[in-house]
Design a protein. Structure first.
Length: 397
């Protein structure tokens, strides 16, 4: 894999890997148990520049590229997928959208804070608008000097820690007018309420909360892009976001596989390390190839998104494919890694157990596997998808 990275990219990757081993690894078990990030670690992430990787140096960031974002998420997820989610949302959704669509004033006001100490959150999903995200009912009504937002967002990552939210709301006249707009909303805005943390199976340190907007006023200058451009911004943000999730899952798979390989070499049965038996070594060898394939797909897709032709359909297919492949590989690796540990794998003392819990969300958030397949199929077939069930009445069995 080193052959597809430049010397600078390899150095950056290795630097993040060392940080993950030295600073993140000792805190993983406690953060998972307590279901919250260690605040010292969050401060360290900012100090290392990992919360503003793509943010230009003029605004306090590292001024690096999208592949660097992917590399950082991957290396952090190798040790703890939950801390990788925090870095993912900050970089791949918040900072990326601001860098690409923000005005000069917005960049001056928001990018230094996002790179320097303020956590951001992306508020798109709603209780009845998950896979069909753009069926949202949260609305933004014109008001003197700006808009007032009414509605409730659900399953919002990093909401507990966030100081600023990127909120998507409907600005069209009604549900038949799909005009959406993106807003930058401060946490301390009147009428904004953050719900309790939702208790989850995996990535437990990452906060997930509902967020309510009760007539929250947002000034005109906090509209990201143009009014009505929200769908375009969201689609591009989610393209990048899918790469962030794919990076998290590739890192998770690498971490789980690493633990399984090491255990197979030190665990002895019948007078030999269990790695000496084909029943153990062949499945792990196959998973080694699958992880490498998922990583290479991720890197190639990231470079294409940055440097390739501006082909929206191809971008949708490539990012959906990278996320789909990584999620399936991560779940297989995490499951088999746990089984490699035998009975001890079923205990919370085993590192494979946490990877197994953390892996499941990969097929669900940032678009379920079926949503990714639907996206891919739309670019593969010229025949449109059926919109209603085909009747079998009157047909022969």
């Amino acid at each position: 894999m080193d052959s597809v990275l430049s010397d600078r990219e390899r150095l950056f990757r290795d630097t993040v890997a060392e940080f993950a081993e030295s600073r993140v690894a000792p805190l993983v078990a406690d953060m998972d148990r307590n279901a919250e990030y260690d605040p010292r670690l969050v401060r360290d992430l900012f100090a290392q520049g990992l919360m503003g990787i793509e943010v230009p140096e003029a605004y306090g960031g590292l001024g690096a590229g999208l592949l660097d974002v992917v590399l950082a998420i991957e290396q952090l997820a190798r040790v703890d997928p939950a801390i990788a989610v925090l870095v993912d949302v900050q970089n791949a959704l918040l900072a990326a959208a601001l860098v690409r669509y923000g005005t000069g004033d917005q960049k001056r006001r928001f990018l230094p804070t996002l790179a320097g100490g303020v956590v951001g959150s992306f508020a798109l999903s709603e209780a009845e608008a998950g896979s069909d995200a753009f069926a949202m009912t949260t609305r933004a009504e014109p008001a003197p000097g700006g808009y007032r937002i009414h509605g409730e967002k659900a399953w919002i990552t990093s909401a507990h820690e966030a100081g600023v939210f990127l909120v998507c709301a409907r600005t069209g006249a009604d549900a038949r007018t799909p005009a959406l707009t993106m807003f930058l909303v401060d946490r301390d805005s009147d009428g904004l309420r953050i719900g309790s943390r939702i208790d989850k199976l995996g990535i437990r340190a990452s906060s997930t909360c509902d967020v309510t907007f009760d007539g929250v006023f947002v000034p005109e200058e906090n509209v990201l892009g143009r009014a009505g451009q929200g769908m375009q911004i969201a689609v591009e943000a989610l393209n990048i976001g899918k790469l962030g999730i794919a990076a998290q899952l590739v890192g998770l798979a690498e971490g789980a596989l690493g633990h399984a390989l090491a255990y197979a070499e030190r665990r002895a049965q019948f007078g030999h390390p269990i790695a000496a038996f084909q029943g153990v070594r062949f499945p792990l060898a196959r998973l080694r190839v699958e992880v490498d394939a998922a990583r290479l797909t991720l890197y190639q897709t990231t470079r294409a998104l940055t440097d390739g032709p501006d082909d929206p359909r191809q971008r949708l297919r490539d990012t959906a494919g990278a996320k789909l492949l990584a999620s399936e590989v991560a779940e297989r690796v995490a499951s088999h890694a746990l089984e490699t540990f035998g009975g001890s794998g079923f205990t919370t003392a085993c590192p494979a157990e946490k990877y197994y819990r953390d892996a499941k969300i990969g097929k669900i958030y940032e678009g379920t596997s079926n949503v990714q397949l639907r996206t891919i199929a739309a670019t593969v077939f010229s025949v449109p998808e059926a919109t209603e069930a085909v009747s079998t009445k009157g047909t022969r069995p």
